[in-house]
Design a protein around this ligand. Sequence first.
Ligand SMILES: Cc1ncc(COP(=O)(O)O)c(C=O)c1O
Length: 385
Amino acid sequence: MAVELHTLPSKCRHRFPIFEKRVYVNSCSQGALSDAVRASYDQYLRDWDEYGAPWEYWTERTEAARSAFAKLINAAPEEIAVTTSLSAGVASLASGLRFAGPRHKVVLTDWEFPTIGQIWHAQESRGARVVHVHEAEDGTLPPKHFRQAVDEETKLVSITHVCFRNGAKVDVKPIVAIAHERGVPVLLDAYQAVGSMPIDVKALGVDFLAAGVLKYLLGSAGLAFLYCRRELWEQAWPTATGWFADKNVFEMDIHDYSPAPDARRFQSGTPPVPSMYAGIAGIELMQEIGIAATQKHVRRLTELLIEGVDELGGTVVTPRNPNERGALVCIKSTDAERLVEDLDREGIVTSSRDGNLRVSLHAYNTPEDVKTVLWELGRKRSLLV
Ligand SMILES: Cc1ncc(COP(=O)(O)O)c(C=O)c1O
């Protein structure tokens, strides 16, 4: 088992210099910097220096990023908008929906990232009514709660794939089935999932998906995507827009708004060129490492971590069932921020949310990383609950 758990890190860990100095277990915040992503930034600067304004090449890079993400989630490139953050894509979508008429309700969950709650609540000034599906006493989000909340007044169901603060993975398909039975499309926030597990929008049946490259896709800030199923393109008329969302970007027409006929209508201004170099490199590197293999590897490491926390008498708030969790493990703490700082002083990079320590493992992490984290948690036992 130990040998198997070294197969993936032995293929890729040497490409992430941070491991020479630190135990990096914080990919839920940002993936570690690889040689490939660093080289892509150098390339961006070289191209800028050498060609001045190589717009044609940069346009080609936008299309390369669009295609790389499309392939990753089993969509067509025309179904993908290239955005500067997940928030930008979702805000553009929200601006394109009309809440007048019988369907004006947006159903979301208590597990959403703040940006999702904020964007949908912002639509209340445009006539939307926002309803939250709450978790059950056992800490799950049961489909029956969606059966109660989604009805003929519902415009959209907005769910997260893996919760950023407890690591729980939502069972997407039953929720999609409930929504679709009632004629309601589903938006999936897949930021905490993409790159850590295979994602297939067609198999999941979701209508919209938003994600970025900063975390398990090993890119950097500034590049994200919004998937919109082709049948729904025409149903949104974004008012948060810009010239790169126009039907003909270089027509330069200031007398008209004609959104692109496809998902590009959810874009805005100049695409994030430097971030695109990095994003493409990150996505390609994750594909080379293997996302399905990464999911398998991380599941095993995560089991070691959970067992170890149990042995310390700590409390893991992330579900035990591997099918009900992502790559993120959340551990209860009396003072999570202090625990993060204490671990940081020992060279271990983690993060905290909602009173929990967050430890997220990736393809580059080893059983030794887990042991080191557990050893330090043992020394800081008084900060565990
Ligand atoms: C689940 C989830 N959704 C959305 C976001 C925010 O994405 P952005 O800053 O690109 O809008 C994050 C970032 O941490 C996240 O974890």
